[in-house]
Write a protein that binds this ligand. Structure first.
Ligand SMILES: [Zn+2]
Ligand SMILES: [Zn+2]
Length: 129
């Protein structure tokens, strides 16, 4: 079974390590427009790279750069808003809504599937601001 040993990396840095897409950030207090209150956001992160796979429907984007040419990039299949590099995002602990967190600005809601369906029903469209 000597070949098994050869497969071990042996402490060397792994080649072809995929680029880390997001970096976790510390929890913070954020104004949640859905709860209409300041709530704690425990899951907060900064996106570093383009979204290559839809977190909602699982669709793999063959050419994400093309989607990001739009002002508000979204999944062409289910319209899930795509996170943009160098922006912070987080989930409201209380209602689970996802927000884009901008320094010195109101957090922008990124509606999930259920929220998008709800808005469609009422004939409303959504935007980041
Ligand atoms: Zn999708
Ligand atoms: Zn909330």
């Amino acid at each position: 079974m000597s070949w098994l040993k050869n497969l071990k990396p042996g402490g060397k840095p792994e080649p072809e390590k995929p680029q880390q897409e997001t970096y976790p950030l510390v929890a913070r207090q954020v104004w949640c427009a859905v709860c209409n209150a300041y709530t704690t956001f425990t899951r907060v992160w900064r996106r570093a790279a383009l979204v290559r796979k839809c977190s909602c429907c699982g669709m793999v984007f063959e050419d994400p750069e093309l989607l990001y040419k739009h002002f508000q990039p979204a999944c062409p299949h289910c319209r899930e808003p795509l996170e943009q590099p160098n922006f912070d995002y987080g989930f409201c602990d209380r209602c689970g809504s996802k927000f884009e967190l901008m320094e010195g600005a109101k957090p922008g809601l990124l509606p999930n599937k259920r929220q998008r369906d709800e808005m469609d029903k009422h004939g409303k469209s959504w935007s980041y601001s």
